[in-house]
Design a binder for this molecule. Structure first.
Ligand SMILES: Nc1ncnc2c1ncn2[C@@H]1O[C@H](COP(=O)(O)OP(=O)(O)O)[C@@H](O)[C@H]1O
Ligand SMILES: [Mg+2]
Length: 271
């Protein structure tokens, strides 16, 4: 059964998309190194379609050929989603369920459709055994679609930018996730870890924030060991549409992400 990991944070610009893309590329590289033939499915649940655009070079899939197809009708099944899977241009091992702009209407549709909140979980539950990893990119607000992704996932990675996310806010978000787990009776869900992104050593306040976070009684244990540094290389790679490991394999930011990927592959979630 593949591990289903959602990259979640209700703020925008914290590195969710970068983390999903780099995680997919990193797991693929690791799999090749170990002769594992891992299969990786990236599901783009953000109507901004950044992940779709980068991995497929397109964002014109429309409602019928994207994740949104699951919310078109009273009836739904796993084959509907299997039919919209497309190859990525990065690797034959990475496949994509594209996003579409119409996903922004999903929360409303979800409320009126049978098993609205649960249909993504139902279908991903059937598809996940066909993959080693299923990775969700998500939109920057907590809405009904986020609930659907949460219910479909067993693990969460939370990227944070200390520039915009006070530790209190992060603590609130982790508490909320733990509450939702009870509220929605989703005991199989746990938090895999918190990844500090866009970290800059030059900013004294940020260094202090990282120390505080490391010492925090609950959040400290959840931190991945190394922050991802702020680097212009990330923007360049994104502009070229290639992975950080391909664009700048010797950069500090690629090294930090490589370590993160290794930890994701080896780590169990925390309740
Ligand atoms: N480590 C980093 N260093 C520099 N820029 C980064 C880094 N991580 C992300 N970015 C840039 O920040 C912006 C937001 O990142 P993105 O991954 O799209 O965040 P989100 O998906 O959370 O909105 C993008 O322009 C991206 O290239
Ligand atoms: Mg994004």
């Amino acid at each position: 059964m593949g591990r289903v990991i959602a990259v979640l944070n209700e703020k925008g610009g914290v590195g969710k998309t970068t983390t999903v893309l780099t995680l997919a590329a990193g797991l693929d590289l690791m799999s090749r190194r170990k002769n594992q033939n891992w299969r990786i499915l990236v599901v783009d649940a953000d109507q901004q379609m950044n992940t779709t655009q980068t991995l497929t070079g397109r964002c014109d899939f429309g409602r019928e050929r994207s994740l949104a197809c699951l919310y078109a009708d009273n009836l739904y099944d796993a084959d509907q989603l299997r039919a919209v899977v497309v190859p990525s241009r990065w690797s034959s091992a990475i496949q994509v369920i594209p996003a579409d702009r119409s996903l922004q209407e999903t929360p409303l549709r979800q409320a009126t459709l049978p098993r609205g909140d649960y249909r993504l979980a139902d279908v991903i539950g059937e598809i996940a055994p066909e993959y080693d990893f299923v990775l969700f990119d998500t939109n920057p607000k907590w809405d009904a679609l986020s609930v659907a992704v949460f219910l479909a996932s067993s693990l969460a990675v939370v990227p944070v930018d200390l520039r915009q996310f006070a530790i209190q806010g992060l603590s609130y978000m982790i508490t909320t996730l733990v509450q939702k787990k009870r509220e929605y009776r989703h005991p199989g869900f746990s938090i895999l870890g918190i990844l500090v992104t866009r970290f800059s050593d030059q900013l004294v306040g940020m260094r202090t924030d990282l120390q505080t976070l490391r010492a925090h009684p609950t959040l400290g244990n959840l931190l991945f060991s190394e922050p991802v540094p702020e680097s212009i290389v990330v923007d360049y790679a994104q502009r070229e549409g290639i992975s950080l490991f391909e664009f700048a394999p010797r950069s500090k930011v690629a090294a930090a992400y490589a370590r993160f990927v290794g930890e994701v592959a080896g780590r169990e979630g925390q309740p």
